[in-house]
Design a protein around this ligand. Sequence first.
Ligand code: SF4
Ligand code: SF4
Length: 674
Amino acid sequence: MADLTPIPLPVLVNRMFRELAAKKSAFHLPRFKFAKAAAGRDMSTSIFGRRAATPFGPAAGPHTQLAQNIVLSWLAGGRVIELKTVQVLDHLEIGRPCIDMETVGFNIEWSQELSLEQSLTEYVKAAMLIEMAKAEGLAPGLEDTVIDMSVGYDLAGIRTDKVRAFIAGMKDAGAVIDRLRRQIPDAYARFRDLAYPTCISDSVTVSTFHGCPPGEIEAIAAHLMAEEGLDVVVKLNPTLLGKADLNALLHDRLGYTDLVVPDATFDKDAKWQDVRAIVSRLGDLADRIGRGFGVKFSNTLLVHNHKPFFPAGTGEMYLSGPPLHVLAIELVGRFRAEFGDRFPISFSAGIDVGNFADTVALGLKPVSVCTDLLKGAGYGKGADYVADLADRMAEVEATDLDTYALKAFGLAGAALDDLEMPAGRKAALSAAIETGEDLRAAAGSDFGPWVSAARLRNTLHYAARVRDDRRYSRPEVDHPPRRTGVPLALLDCETCGKCVNVCPNDAIFRYPLPQQPVVAATLRPGADVAVGEAQPVTRAQQIGIFADACNRCGNCDVTCPETGGPFARKANLFGSPASLDGAPDRDGIAIEKTATGLRLHVRDEGRRLTINDDGARLACKGDGFDLSIDPAAPETACGVAGRPLDVGRLILIARIARAVTAPTIVTYANAAFD
Ligand code: SF4
Ligand code: SF4
């Protein structure tokens, strides 16, 4: 079974809006980190004629798999949401861990881990939550959002009924929306009648396997445009650079001599001449049938696995992060040398807050992010991207992104040299630059070609700069997170919160646990309870994992200074007894509210048991035992125990359950309560 269990819409709605009211945050993102519009700066871009309020967005990947991830991306400023790739094989076994962000960024991820049907529902839930957020005024002036599908990986799969049904459902989600809107809790009935757009998406990015034949790529894109009526972007591989040029950059210039691209990858991947021909033909087809067509740089780079992080036997992994930025920008330069500004280019490769605004200045759209959001402040960085773009626009007095492209690198004057226009006209526009006139108004019908010329100039300028920028080189990047070597335990740790920020699924949460010591008490058959020395609880805040949303990607483990992995060592909370049953290799608790208190369904050290907590006593039942325990007096535990029992552990489990459902905090556990 998949590790992920989608969180029902009512729970998400309760969680999001209760948290906003109680904590001024949503899914752990503080409200002050929500992206904000900047007065006088229009950061919007057009994606095949659809307006997106910013060119920023989460790349197809771990941030766009579950509804809460997508909403977090949106609150952080993402207005072009690239959904995680779906495919006909929708019951995948992914190796775990699958994300290694120790330095540059490696993964062995693939497509959606949910079924196609679940993915459709998940994406519709996300779109509805975004509409609710807009209705609540959470991002005034930044409402316009574009959601882009991603499908893979071959034509036969894309033509199957189930993939076609997914696409049809995304184009017209009316039935799913009507089913879901009835589930919105009474407390938020105001959202039931919102005019949710029924078209979630009618554009798609094509993702193909490394080594996909060029003819197959073309056939998929043509099918999606002509048969499905979608605007299409084709994602291209960095191996397009060719072995010699790629290695010259990756090894010689950037110093990543440990990263080796298998020769077979260069042999199998599409070559430049293939892509040139495909793009020309697909562009012509798009023009003929009135669809949009573009390309994306870039796919990840397939390299030999030279690290012990991924499961044994993992021979290859996918590179992302800083070095990929240099490679992908190089490709943008080559592509534009060939095609000029004819085709829109979507970009995702090693984007961070330090290069986002520069990359936008090339006219790339969207500019999407994955690796950087898996590090440090995670989603909390998003607003900085948007704010930095607004600041850069302000610096050059640009009120929109086209004018920003003209002015960002000071190349508007040089770009005039690339245009065929009378000398007097050029002189007038040069003067307009000098005097700070509104360039759009001054250029009139020449504005579009001028912006295109500036984008090409900016591309050459930026590619040259990036090639020589040491910040992308191995010595600058090769700094693993700090490790203390202290083993993580169920309770207490540095409580640094790093894991909370980097989890793409919002699966990690803090909870306050009263600092009473943990009771040590053991009951052996035929003996009295033996009470030992209680262990102190040293931290006021503890860390918990919402297991339904945790796919054991491993990213929190890489970030955590202590060893063992938060997802494996901290208390795992399941959304229901069914999801607890569905993860038999994982200890944890599913909590139900009863008329008198809480009922806990528990797996502890692989054994199932239940605890009924009426607020005074714990009724604990399991394999060979049936006990009544007064948590305040463990020595009085009574009942049947056919094997040695850790009474202190049962009391601690009940304490944790009370803590994570306390009315003073908001978690997925108590968001499920009415
Ligand atoms: S589990 Fe690790 S990363 Fe998370 S708060 Fe504790 S020490 Fe920090
Ligand atoms: S809790 Fe850790 S392992 Fe689980 S999804 Fe989040 S980052 Fe990945």
